[in-house]
Design a protein around this ligand. Structure first.
Ligand code: Z5A
Ligand code: MG
Length: 212
């Protein structure tokens, strides 16, 4: 008898919103409640493609803007067989950034249309839930200065936020906005409640295809 599939849960948000912190806490909480769960993150800097992206983000190399966009997408596609296998095994995947970051960041650059940016990620496994950790720039600043990586400037991040807002209008994706200005435990409670709901629903539904 086929078992129940795992849910694909994505956390998105601007710089310092707490995505990585909350992904780890969610995986731990799910595991402790007896639900198999694993974390993934994009970019996954461990693969050959991911190493090219890592060097670019650290300003150690320059890549043409379309090229790096396609590398970010390829970095997701190379993980798809593994993702599908784990979901089929009943493992819930908690993913730190996904195609939405890909589109929001590239389309914040001059000359990039949203639809061009979305195209390479059409057909990826569709998340059962995407939580957007909402944090305004003043609150983000309280969490420390920007790092040294490419894209970590306030002007660029503001444009990225606007692009995320455009993407969140898409009703074919199960978006939930989370107030990320709360303390870590309260954000965790909100995220856990939405996740348990999505996990229960996903069990009886086939895995979808993103933007197709
Ligand atoms: N990028 C792209 O261009 N295209 C793509 O397709 C993809 C990504 C997938 C690298 O991402 C860059 O790649 C990113 C987008 C681009 N560029 N930018 N910006 P990354 O995921 O590797 O970036 P990161 O540096 O790991 O994550 P982050 O976004 O900057 O931070 P975060 O994960 O959201 O936050 P955090 O690390 O969990 O927390 C930040 C700090 O705040 C930390 O000290 C926490 O202890 C603290 N914190 C967390 N939550 C709270 C609360 N609730 N209150 C107070 N303090 C808190
Ligand atoms: Mg992070």
């Amino acid at each position: 008898m086929a078992g129940k599939r795992g849910a694909l849960i994505v956390l998105e948000g601007v710089d310092r919103a707490g995505k990585t912190t909350q992904c780890s806490k969610l995986v731990q909480a799910l595991q402790q409640s007896g639900r198999p769960a694993e974390m993934m993150r994009f970019p996954d800097r461990t693969t050959t493609i991911g190493q090219l992206i890592g060097a670019y983000l650290e300003n150690k190399s320059d890549l043409e803007d379309h090229t790096v966009h396609l590398l970010f997408s390829a970095n997701r596609w190379e993980m798809v067989p593994l993702m599908k296998k784990k979901l089929e095994q009943g493992i819930n995947l908690v993913v730190d950034r996904y195609a939405f970051s890909g589109v929001a960041f590239t389309s914040a650059k001059p000359g990039f249309r949203l639809d061009w940016c979305m195209q390479p990620d059409v057909g990826l496994p569709k998340p059962d839930l995407v939580m957007f950790l909402q944090l305004n720039p003043a609150e983000a600043a309280l969490r420390g200065q920007f790092g040294q990586e490419r894209y970590e400037t306030s002007v660029f991040q503001r444009t990225v936020q606007q692009r995320f807002e455009q993407l969140m209008k898409d009703q074919t994706v199960n978006w939930q906005v989370i107030d990320a200005a709360q303390n870590i435990e309260n954000v965790h409670k909100d995220i856990t409640a939405h996740s348990l709901n999505a996990i229960n629903k996903a069990q009886n539904l086939p895995l979808g295809e993103l933007w197709s």
